[in-house]
Design a protein around this ligand. Structure first.
Ligand code: ATP
Ligand code: ZN
Length: 221
C-alpha cells in the first residue's frame, strides 16, 4: 500500500544530493529504480525518494507531497522569510554536511565596510527575504536587487554596492575583489518535516530513519 510509504524529498544533483545519498546509504538504505525519473524506491524500507531542485523542497514538504526533506538551512529559512506558507515546517535533525555561510560582502577598496554603510545602498542577492530581514532588524533601509546567480559580479558591473551570498571557502569573493564584513546565517543540511505530518506507520518509519541517521552522524564526529 503506497500510502504507508514515507516520501523523502532530496536534491536531484548537487552538493546536497551527494551528502544526502551518502548519509542514507550509511544509514543502511538500499535504493532501486522508482516508477519514473523523479522517484527512487528503497528496497529494504517503506520509503521513496523524490529527486527535486533543492529550492522546491520546502514547497513539496509544506504542501504534503513529501513527508520529509533534506535541504540547506539557507533555503528553508529564505522560504520562511518570504512566505507564511512555510511556517509549519520544522527542523528535525542537523545533518553535518553542506556547511556554508550567508555573508554580506563589498568591494575591498570601497566605502562599504559595515552594515551601517548600507543605508540607502543597493545589495544584490539570491536571498532577498533573509537579507531584507537582517538589515531591517538593524534599522537599515537598503534596496534589494534579486539575482538568480553570479551575484558576485554585481558590484563590478555597477548593479549593487554590496552582495549577500553563500560562501564556503571565500575563493569566489577573493577572485572578484570582494571582502566579507558580516555573517547573516550559518547553514548546513537539515532534515525537515511538517509539524503536523502523517501519523501511523509512516511516522514509525520516520522514527527509525531519524534514529539511524543520528547514529551515522554521531559516529562521523
Ligand atoms: P539545484 O539544481 O538543486 O537548484 P543548486 O545549484 O541550488 O542546485 P548546489 O550548488 O548543489 O545547488 O547547492 C545546494 C546547497 O548546498 C546550497 O543551498 C547550500 O545549502 C549548500 N552549499 C554548501 N556550500 C555551498 C557553496 N559554496 N555555494 C553554494 N551552496 C553551498
Ligand atoms: Zn537550488
Amino acid at each position: 500500500m503506497s500510502e504507508a510509504r514515507l516520501n523523502l524529498a532530496v536534491q536531484k544533483s548537487g552538493r546536497l544530493a551527494e551528502g544526502g545519498m551518502s548519509l542514507l546509504k550509511r544509514a543502511g538504505l538500499r535504493f532501486g529504480y522508482g516508477r519514473d525519473a523523479l522517484h527512487r524506491r528503497a528496497e529494504n524500507m517503506p520509503l521513496d525518494l523524490l529527486l527535486l531542485r533543492d529550492d522546491d523542497i520546502p514547497s513539496f514538504v509544506a504542501g504534503g507531497a513529501c513527508d520529509y526533506g533534506i535541504v540547506g538551512e539557507n533555503v528553508l529559512y529564505e522560504a520562511q522569510a518570504r512566505s507564511e506558507r512555510y511556517g509549519g515546517l520544522e527542523v528535525v535533525l542537523r545533518l553535518g554536511f553542506a556547511g556554508c555561510t550567508l555573508k554580506l560582502a563589498a568591494p575591498k577598496d570601497g566605502s562599504v565596510r559595515g552594515v551601517e554603510d548600507l543605508e540607502g545602498r543597493a545589495v544584490a542577492t539570491s536571498y532577498p527575504g533573509l537579507t531584507r530581514r537582517y538589515l531591517e532588524e538593524r534599522g537599515i533601509i537598503a534596496e534589494i536587487v534579486e539575482m538568480r546567480g553570479s551575484v558576485e559580479v554585481a558590484p563590478r558591473l555597477g548593479i549593487a554596492d554590496a552582495i549577500c551570498d553563500l560562501v564556503s571557502t571565500g575563493a569566489t569573493l577573493e577572485a572578484n575583489g570582494l571582502a566579507a564584513f558580516e555573517t547573516v546565517l550559518e547553514s548546513e543540511a537539515v532534515l525537515i518535516r511538517r509539524r503536523n505530518g502523517r501519523n501511523g506507520p509512516v511516522a514509525e518509519v520516520a522514527a527509525t530513519l531519524i534514529q539511524r541517521a543520528e547514529g551515522v552522524i554521531a559516529s562521523a564526529q
